[in-house]
Design a protein around this ligand. Structure first.
Ligand code: PEP
Ligand code: MN
Length: 361
C-alpha cells in the first residue's frame, strides 16, 4: 500500500535547492538561540532552523533541554528571520505544546521511533492537522519499525512527512558515533519511493571532521537534504559540542558539496545511460544463466554423493573453494566482501539443494 505523502515543496514552496535544516543541538539561552539563527539566516541555503528543547539523553545527569520556554524563542526566530522552525517531540505533551506554539516542523527522535507506543501517542495528537512530521530512523536498523512510524502518522491523516537518516547504534567501537547503514536507507526508498529522505550527518559522525564526507555520500545516494547541528560557539555547547559547526563552517561545508541530480532533462545523457543499462541487463541475464548451469551440476553432484553415501557439506571443499574464489576476485579487481558474500550464499544454496536431493526417496 502506497501512503499519500507530499513532496517537500508542497509545504515549503520557497525551496529551490536541497532542504538544509540547521541549528543548535539544544537551545540554551535566548541569546544563543537568536544569534545562531541570525547567522544561519544570512546563508540563504538554510531553509529551516532546528533547536532541541526536550533532549533525550542516554544517561541522566546531562543537560536535558531548556523545556517549554524554548518554544517562545523559536517563535522569535521565525518572526525575526522568517525561517520556519522545528523541534523534537517525544510525547503527547511536547506535541500539544509545539503545535500550540505553531512550530512548523516536528521531528520524532531515534529513541522515540524505536517505541511504537510513543509514535502512536504523537500521531494521536497531530491527527487531523497539516503538521510536518519528520521521523528519524530507530536506533536499531529495523526498517519495518521506521516504516511503521510513517504508517501510524499516515493513519492519522499526516501527509507532510520526511525521513531522517541519523545512523544506527554501533555494536562495537567505530569511528562514527552511529554507523550509517546505507542499505537500510535504500530499503526504505524501495518500500516507500515517494517519501523524501534527508540525512543527519551530525549524529552519524559525532565529530565535525566527518561531516563533509557523510553529507557528500548522502547526496551521492540521492537524498534530498541535510539536518546539521550548528551553534554560534560549539566549544561551549551544552550538548553534542564535538559535532556542531559554527554557521561560518557550515557555509564552507555547503560550498564544497556537490549536489547531484536524481534526474536530469538531457536527451544525450539519457540515451547514453539507457545504452549502458541495456548492457547491464544483458550481463545480468548471462550471470543468472551461468548460475543456473552451476546449479544443474550441483544437482548432479548431489545425486552422485547420495549414491555413494557421502554428506552434502564438506568443510574442506568449502574452505578451498572460498580461497580460490577470493584470489580470483582480487585479481579481477572485485571487492573482497562482495566475493565472500556471493560465494557464501551460492554455497549455502548448493548445500540446501544437495540435502533436498538426499532427503528425497
Ligand atoms: C537531535 O537531533 O538532537 C537528537 C537528539 O537526535 P537523535 O534522535 O538522532 O539522537
Ligand atoms: Mn544532538
Amino acid at each position: 500500500m502506497e501512503l499519500e505523502i507530499n513532496p517537500i515543496k508542497h509545504w515549503l514552496p520557497q525551496l529551490n535547492n536541497p532542504l538544509i535544516i540547521a541549528g543548535p543541538c539544544s537551545l540554551e539561552t535566548e541569546e544563543q538561540t537568536m544569534e545562531t539563527a541570525r547567522m544561519l539566516a544570512r546563508d540563504h541555503r538554510v531553509f529551516v532552523y532546528r533547536g532541541g528543547i526536550w533532549k533525550p539523553r542516554t544517561r541522566p545527569g546531562s543537560f536535558e533541554g531548556i523545556g517549554s520556554i524554548g518554544l517562545k524563542w523559536l517563535q522569535m526566530v521565525r518572526e525575526e528571520t522568517g525561517m520556519p522552525v522545528g523541534t523534537e517531540v517525544a510525547n503527547a505533551q511536547h506535541t500539544e505544546e509545539a503545535l500550540e506554539a505553531g512550530v512548523d516542523v516536528l521531528w520524532i527522535g531515534a529513541r522515540s521511533t524505536a517505541s511504537p507506543f510513543v509514535v502512536q501517542e504523537i500521531a494521536d495528537v497531530v491527527k487531523g492537522t497539516d503538521a510536518v512530521v519528520m521521523v528519524k530512523n530507530p536506533v536499531n536498523p529495523d526498517v519495518q519499525l521506521w516504516v511503521g512510524a510513517f504508517e501510524r502518522l499516515s493513519q492519522a491523516g499526516i501527509k507532510n512527512m520526511v525521513a531522517i537518516h541519523r545512523g544506527f547504534t554501533p555494536f562495537r567501537e567505530t569511528e562514527y558515533r552511529n554507523y550509517p547503514n546505507w542499505k537500510t536507507v535504500i530499503e526504505l526508498r524501495r518500500l516507500m519511493p515517494n517519501l523524501p529522505i534527508i540525512c543527519d550527518p551530525s549524529h552519524i559522525g559525532g565529530k565535525r571532521e566527518y561531516l563533509y564526507d557523510i553529507s557528500q555520500k548522502a547526496f551521492d545516494m540521492g537524498m534530498e537534504g541535510l539536518m546539521i547541528e550548528s551553534h554560534r560557539d560549539p566549544s561551549c555547547a551544552l550538548s553534542d559540542k564535538e559535532q556542531q559547526l559554527t554557521p561560518a563552517d557550515l557555509a564552507k561545508l555547503l560550498d564544497r558539496l556537490i549536489i547531484r541530480n536524481v534526474r536530469i532533462d538531457n536527451k544525450l545523457f539519457e540515451n547514453q545511460l539507457e545504452l549502458l543499462r541495456n548492457r547491464i541487463d544483458a550481463i545480468d541475464t548471462e550471470l543468472l544463466e551461468t548460475l543456473s548451469s552451476r546449479m544443474e551440476i550441483v544437482r548432479q553432484i548431489g545425486q552422485y554423493k547420495k549414491e555413494n553415501n557421502v554428506t552434502a557439506f564438506q568443510v574442506g571443499r568449502f574452505a578451498e573453494l572460498m580461497e580460490k574464489r577470493m584470489k580470483l576476485g582480487e585479481s579481477l579487481n572485485l571487492d573482497r566482501n562482495l566475493v565472500q558474500l556471493l560465494f557464501q550464499h551460492i554455497h549455502e544454496d548448493s548445500v540446501r539443494l544437495q540435502t533436498e536431493i538426499m532427503d528425497k526417496e
